[in-house]
Design a protein around this ligand. Structure first.
Ligand code: PHE
Length: 445
């Protein structure tokens, strides 16, 4: 058999997988969820879920990938022919997410351009963001730039492209996050924000806190869409699996935590402690933050670094999405990587056009009340991903048995959390997934 190219070291694998996990979800979604759902108590719940439920799902996917050495479709088919539909379902998720993720990546490119050209003040104009995403050509050009950059890295391959880029970008990301968080804490009034972010506020704790933390964790770790299966298939057989998963989790959680440290205190300082400024949901990053940067001394540099950081995070996530699609096609049809990359790039651009125009000329089109982009987001995150995780947990927990995963983990090291893993994959994951599914369908969160 032809030798499959892969990551050259454990560090390379960990950084690439962490690059996939660390994305817009960490930087923009985590801080506002934490602020909304009780600060410290949300952090605590998130942490407990990460080391149990998140851990079990991630190690399962990576073990499936490494054991079979295949991309998603072929991997599930190899485990059990009756479950090949699961491979198809899981593969559909990145195909749906990738185009619209690039649309958002394009918005980040735009804002980076704004700060790089010293026009940060312009971005504070009322409706600047909505006017931009409501236009046609601008967002499409930015989308094309983001998509092109992503494709370039994937085209270079796993070791020469993905691993190299991750090894450079991820440490830089940590440095930038620590630096900006420290600066943010020195602003007048920031301490109050820090306390609000970290101190547990039990009055805001409810079952919603747990459901929100669960949903966030799941998305943040790039689970249930074949990404970790694909990256697992490129992992070296001799590298310690459990340790690697722990490293990826720490990386992902650390960046999420640090993002809160840069955003929450800065917003507090800007708004004089008005918490409503944080509750802006999705527009926090593109509307509130430019105002915050504009009010700060050196805010334009801060803004520039911030959007560069967001771009790096978004790029490494998009790369993992595209690689997953490319590996599926390559496994199935055996075309060359370059050809596939160009094909996927063009196809994804075309599919992304409606999502991009959905805020402008196509804004009259809504599906179940959602804009086109939000609809894709809802279908993939709230419905398909929990379904994939649920069926995966059933397959591993009850059909092939958790030993399937444990054997793979133990082939390259100790599996310290084996007992915990078995219980979680059999019982906890299915229950959690059902709760997420039901609450999404009921519009609970
Ligand atoms: N894990 C990424 C984040 O936290 C999101 C993501 C989802 C990335 C799907 C790739 C694929 O933002």
């Amino acid at each position: 058999m032809e030798k499959k190219s892969g990551f050259s070291s454990r560090l390379g694998f960990v950084l690439a997988a962490a690059g996939s996990a660390v994305g817009l979800g960490n930087i923009w979604r985590f801080p506002y969820l934490a602020a909304k759902y009780g600060g410290g108590i949300f952090l605590l719940v998130y942490l407990i879920l990460a080391v149990t439920f998140g851990f079990a799902l991630m190690i399962t996917e990576i073990a499936i990938g490494r054991k079979t050495g295949k991309s998603t479709i072929s991997a599930y088919c190899m485990i059990d022919k009756r479950f090949s539909f699961l491979g198809y379902l899981a593969s559909l998720v990145p195909i749906i997410i990738f185009p619209y993720y690039c649309v958002i990546g394009g918005w980040v490119v735009k804002f980076l351009g704004v700060y790089a050209s010293g026009q940060g003040h312009a971005a504070t104009a009322e409706d600047y963001f909505s006017n931009f995403i409501g236009s046609s050509a601008g967002p499409l050009v930015c989308l094309a730039i983001f998509l092109f950059l992503t494709s370039l890295v994937v085209m270079l391959g796993v070791e020469k492209g993905i691993e190299k880029v991750s090894k450079f970008l991820m440490p830089v990301l940590i440095l930038m996050s620590v630096g900006t968080a420290i600066y943010s804490l020195t602003l007048d009034g920031a301490m109050e924000g820090l306390v609000y972010y970290i101190k547990p506020n039990f009055s805001e704790f409810s079952i919603k806190t747990i459901v929100a933390a669960m949903g966030q964790l799941f998305y943040s770790m790039s689970l249930a869409m074949g990404i970790m299966v694909t990256y697992g298939s490129y992992m070296r057989k001799e590298d310690d699996l459990e340790k690697s998963v722990r490293n990826i989790e720490i990386f992902d959680t650390l960046i999420a935590f640090l993002s809160g440290m840069m955003i929450v205190p800065a917003v507090f300082a800007f708004s004089g402690g008005n918490k409503d400024a944080l509750n802006k949901g999705p527009t926090l990053m593109f509307v509130t933050l430019p105002d915050v940067f504009d009010s700060m001394k050196g805010g334009h540099i801060f803004g520039l670094i911030f959007f560069l950081l967001v771009l790096f995070a978004a790029l490494t996530s998009a790369i993992s999405l595209m690689e997953t699609i490319v590996s599926i096609i390559s496994d199935k049809f055996g075309f060359g990587r370059k050809k596939i990359c160009i094909g996927v790039m063009i196809f994804s651009f075309i599919i992304a056009i409606p999502s991009s125009l959905g805020f402008g000329v196509l804004s009259h089109i809504t599906i179940f009340g959602y804009s086109i982009l939000d609809f894709f987001d809802f279908i993939s995150n709230n419905i398909m991903m929990p379904v994939v995780a649920l069926i995966t947990a059933i397959l591993i927990g009850f059909i092939v048995k958790p030993k399937f995963v444990s054997d793979e983990v133990e082939s390259s090291g100790k599996f310290k959390s084996k007992k915990m893993f078995e219980v979680i994959i059999k019982y906890v994951v299915p229950v959690c997934m059902l709760i997420i599914l039901i609450s999404s369908l009921a519009g609970y969160v």
